[in-house]
Ligand binder design. Structure first.
Ligand code: NAP
Length: 264
């Protein structure tokens, strides 16, 4: 089996990377950064986001596992003092694959036939370059609202505990193939009106954002920040692809939520 390791780059993560690499090579696994079957991410949830985008072209062939060198993560659940146990699991046990839904974002441009397609593991955010974001929101081909405000966030279930949560969005279990649209400070008065609540859309419902005035936007895909010019529309839906995690022991989602946000 081929493996690769992505580290956050700090001293602790780099030391762990060396140790894990040498253990796995001793177990006759092949270190192959080009075509890994399993990618070990060492750092935090942010590091796993980087690892996911690094291997995005192998999303259906690569499984991820995360070791956290900071606080307990949603994607990174193994602690540094458990790495020997983890290495033995990787080398000796056929692992279970758990798949989480991804968000597909397609940006189309005015006067151009080309489009840009992205996959997000956490979310996509859309903000204007200057002033308020003004977007017509269509859901499943029907006009829904005209949004005016700071921006819009469209998240995956596993991303619902990240930026989405800070916007008052719901926490969604990653077994539900869905996307969530949440508002960033919408303008609501007698002239402008939005629904005001986060919306959870099922797999077969597409959300289409269409510019009203400005056509240049700042769009983020997880940690990636891009300026898109002359945008005609931004289409968001549940992707056909899924991200695959190697599971060697139960990792109950609600326990993670409790440990991250509730438990002292
Ligand atoms: P960052 O600003 O360095 O870190 C963002 C924080 O979000 C880190 O503490 C990270 O955990 C945590 N995080 C990432 N994915 C998560 C998830 N699925 N559930 C719970 N927490 C999660 O940025 P980054 O490391 O490049 O990560 C980009 C992410 O930052 C974006 O995808 C977005 O979700 C998040 N973000 C959040 C806010 C906000 O909450 N107001 C604003 C902007 C961006 P680790 O420390 O374990 O890496």
């Amino acid at each position: 089996m081929n493996f690769s390791i992505i580290s956050k780059g700090d001293e602790t993560s780099e030391k762990l990377k060396k140790r894990i690499k040498s253990y796995l090579i001793d177990f006759d696994l092949d270190f192959n950064e080009k075509e890994p079957d399993i990618v070990i991410s060492i750092g935090g949830d942010g590091t796993l986001l980087h690892a996911f985008h690094h291997y995005i072209d192998r999303v259906d062939q690569t499984a991820f596992v995360g070791v956290h060198t900071g606080h307990l993560g949603f994607y990174a659940d193994w602690t540094p003092d458990e790495v020997e146990k983890l290495v033995i699991h990787i080398a000796k046990t056929p692992f279970q694959i758990v798949e989480y839904p991804l968000l597909e974002v397609t940006v189309r441009y005015l006067n151009e036939d080309t489009e840009s397609r992205y996959l997000a593991m956490n979310e996509c955010t859309v903000k204007s370059v200057e002033g308020s974001l003004v977007m017509n929101v269509e859901i499943k081909g029907e006009d829904f609202e005209t949004f005016r405000g700071d921006g819009l966030c469209i998240s995956t279930p596993s991303g619902s505990t990240a930026y989405n949560k800070a916007l008052g969005g719901a926490i969604i279990h990653p077994s539900l193939p869905s996307i969530q649209l949440s508002e960033m400070a919408s303008i609501n008065n007698r002239v402008f009106r939005t629904v005001g609540s986060p919306l959870v859309l099922p797999q077969h419902h597409t959300c289409l954002l269409k510019p009203v005035n400005d056509v240049d936007f700042h769009i983020t895909i997880d940690h990636l920040f891009l300026l898109h010019e002359k945008v005609k529309s931004i289409q968001c839906r549940v992707a056909e692809e899924k991200v695959r995690f190697a599971r060697f022991r139960p990792f109950p989602f609600w326990k993670r939520v409790r440990e991250s946000f509730v438990k002292e």
